[in-house]
Ligand binder design. Structure first.
Ligand code: TRP
Length: 327
């Protein structure tokens, strides 16, 4: 059996540049390697663990898949679909919940953050979020997960569940590993932290116009453009990271040299950078336009993907139910 890869994206809107550089590029690298069998899903069931709008959930989920395809995920090479079409994930999650203690889940940093953010929505579903994520991965016996560093605590839970299940019931779940790309952590455009959908001004969408990209970059904080040492954190450091990603390392070095000698003109830097980002995203914009005009193609991918995924999921679930004594 080929090694399996699983990853998921929450259906809270469009994919942004941080998702693309941090995760999707890794998805593409793995789908192109024949050593792996990859499954990539919009994880819409995870969306209901925090407040959401039922009126827009289906559309937001579909948009994630549209962005996946525009960005280069290929249904010929990977299984691409949405989680809710494979109800076996939630069934396995309930079985997994029987080997996880409540205390362990309450100590997770992601859970603590969310209950601070949504004190009125401290639900069982939220507490169970990482258990469902473990089920997403292990139902396909996946051993490799391309995702951001912030997901590591969830992968640790996944490993603990696999070990416990193997020990108690004799299943053979693998030990999962995180797969990272060189650009795993994409900085925010506004100085602090990472690019995030929940922080206005921090991100770019994959199909943004040149004017939008210019406007977002214009708002990125800078300094006088000259000094003894190039800043290692903050707005200028982040801009230089983007220069390196989109214009190459040599260009970054020339700016760094300018910083300690003649000084940088941020206006010119931002103008050139906006152009470079816009050009880099041209194929994605083009593909996005084509797919938007042919909605049935996206639906077809989702349904075909679900059929293939479901067959794999059912086989694992059946084995687990047998070993746990239901059959
Ligand atoms: N928790 C992930 C995130 O917030 C999304 C996710 C759900 C996921 N299930 C997954 C990621 C399985 C990787 C594998 O980004």
């Amino acid at each position: 059996m080929r090694l399996r890869v699983f990853s998921g994206t929450r259906a809270t809107g469009r994919l942004h540049l941080g998702n693309y550089l941090g995760a999707i590029k890794g998805y593409i690298e793995l789908q192109n390697d024949p050593q792996y069998e990859c499954l990539y899903m919009a994880v819409d069931v995870h969306t209901i663990t925090t407040p959401y709008d039922p009126k827009t959930l289906a559309v937001a989920t579909r948009n994630i898949i549209l962005d996946y395809l525009a960005a280069g995920l290929d249904p010929q090479k990977a299984i691409i679909t949405k989680q809710s079409l494979i109800p076996e994930h939630t069934e396995l999650a309930f079985l997994f919940a029987s080997v996880v203690s409540v205390a362990r889940m309450q100590h997770l940093p992601t859970y603590k953050d969310k209950i601070k953010q949504f004190p009125e929505h401290v639900t069982m579903a939220l507490l169970n979020y990482p258990v469902l994520m473990a089920a997403d991965i292990l139902i396909y016996q996946a051993s490799l997960v391309p995702c951001g560093l912030d997901q590591e605590p969830h992968l640790e839970i996944t490993r603990e569940i696999a070990r416990k299940m193997n020990q108690l019931y004799g299943t053979t779940f693998p030990e999962v590993q995180r797969f990272t790309t060189p650009t795993a952590s994409v900085p925010s455009l506004i100085g602090e932290g990472k690019m995030s959908k929940s922080i206005e001004g921090s991100y770019l969408n994959l199909t943004d116009s040149l004017e939008t990209i210019e406007a977002r970059l214009a708002a990125a904080p800078t300094d006088s453009g000259q000094g003894k040492v190039v800043p290692a954190t903050g707005g200028v450091a982040n801009l230089l990271t983007f220069v390196e990603i989109f214009e190459g390392q040599a260009k970054r070095q020339s700016y760094e040299h300018a910083y300690t000698t003649t000084g940088i003109s941020y206006q010119a830097l931002k103008r050139d950078l906006a152009k470079a980002i816009y050009q880099d995203l041209a194929p994605i914009r083009e593909k996005h336009r084509t797919l938007t005009a042919k909605p049935h193609l996206v639906d077809e991918v989702i349904h075909q993907g679900a059929k293939r995924a479901r067959a794999l999921a059912q086989s694992t679930l059946h084995e687990v139910k047998e070993k746990m004594g239901f059959v």
